[in-house]
Design a protein around this ligand. Structure first.
Ligand code: SF4
Ligand code: SF4
Length: 335
């Protein structure tokens, strides 16, 4: 990760020109825009003043309306204005019947702008689960025929196809989350603006490894309780949320407990289970009744999903042993 001071310094030394950015939205709740506006390291203002990012258009903060929006978009498509970064938030709505007419924007189906701008920009960044893998919008029966930019759930392909690459040679850069953490968004935009994308490695789901290698459990204040099999409860201090209320921290790659939210906390630090929102399976179990805030189990006591990298059998054996031990310790200490 680039520190703010370091990247600030680099910004002044490396910046030669402005970096033009266009942000559009599809099937979205605008949560990622809200998140983006809350960024602190660096902030949106820093992007403009210190890192030379020129936001040509953003549907929530842009001043352009009506024909002016078409002008900005068409100038980018014609090459009159160089387009360095295209950011997309929300699912690509293909309904009905592949026409895209369920989501019109600036005089044509939004999906057509997405295709043209993706082919024009040097880098394309998909922000949030809906843009990366379809997210909640793509849950069956998916009436809007929503999908992600280059993935449909876990499957590579999505709207642009599995082999799509932008002019820079990068595929779609995915910054998932529901919403994505503000600083994940702004730090990747800075890396592009200061020409350091060669240092940004992507994983199999096109996520920058710097944010999506460790699990949410890394840095969770309940990690000791996890090891000692001590149950916690929703919103209750102490104990781990894995055993009863469906915390997905051990199976979810994200830096929520390393780069804290509001510099202060995270879901699991506030004793709210991690919902696994940065994984392409989100929303897990397709929001089936009884699958949220609940640990799915076999025979009522064996968790169906175990921490990533562990064999189920070994996990059940270890956890059964520890559980017995933790009960004994509690009984002995209460004597
Ligand atoms: S399962 Fe969840 S609450 Fe428990 S230690 Fe892991 S991240 Fe924290
Ligand atoms: S803690 Fe889990 S659900 Fe919450 S933002 Fe992080 S990855 Fe998403």
């Amino acid at each position: 990760m680039i520190s703010h001071t370091e990247s600030n310094h680099l910004a002044y030394t490396n910046l030669k020109t402005m970096t033009n950015l266009i942000w559009l939205k599809g099937g979205a709740c605008s949560g990622n825009t809200m998140s983006f506006l809350n960024a602190e390291q660096p902030s949106v203002i820093d992007l403009v003043t210190d890192f030379g990012i020129r936001i040509l258009y953003h549907p929530s903060i842009g001043l352009e309306i009506g024909e002016q929006v078409n002008e900005v978009l068409n100038e980018a498509l014609s090459g009159e204005t160089a387009l360095d970064i295209f950011v997309f938030e929300g699912s690509i709505i293909q309904g009905s019947g592949g026409s895209g007419n369920m989501n019109y924007f600036a005089g044509r189906p939004a999906k057509d702008w997405v295709k043209d701008l993706s082919e024009t920009a040097n880098y394309v960044v998909a922000i949030g689960d809906c843009a990366t893998w379809g997210g909640i919008m793509a849950v069956p029966p998916n009436p809007t025929e929503s999908t992600g930019m280059q993935f449909h759930k876990k499957e590579k392909g999505g709207f642009l196809g599995k082999d799509f690459k932008t002019k820079s040679g990068f595929p779609i850069i995915n910054i998932p989350g529901c919403p994505a953490h503000p600083d994940w968004i702004t730090q990747i935009l800075v890396a592009i603006a200061i020409g350091r994308m060669d240092e940004v490695l992507l994983d199999d789901f096109h996520r920058p490894k710097t944010f999506f290698t460790d699990f949410v459990q890394t840095g969770c204040t309940n990690a000791n309780s996890f090891s000692n099999k001590i149950d916690g409860g929703f919103g209750k201090r102490g104990g781990c949320l894995f055993y009863e209320v469906g915390c997905r921290g051990p199976m979810t790659r994200a830096s929520c407990n390393r780069i804290l939210w509001n510099r202060h906390s995270s879901k699991t630090r506030a004793n709210h289970p991690c919902l696994g929102c940065t994984e392409p399976g989100f929303p897990h179990h397709d929001l089936k009744k009884g699958s949220i805030f609940k640990t799915m189990k076999y025979l009522g006591f064996l968790p169906k999903e175990v921490p990533e990298g562990e064999s189920k059998l070994l996990y059940y054996f270890k956890s059964g042993f520890k559980k017995t031990l933790s009960k004994k310790t509690t009984i002995n200490s209460s004597k």
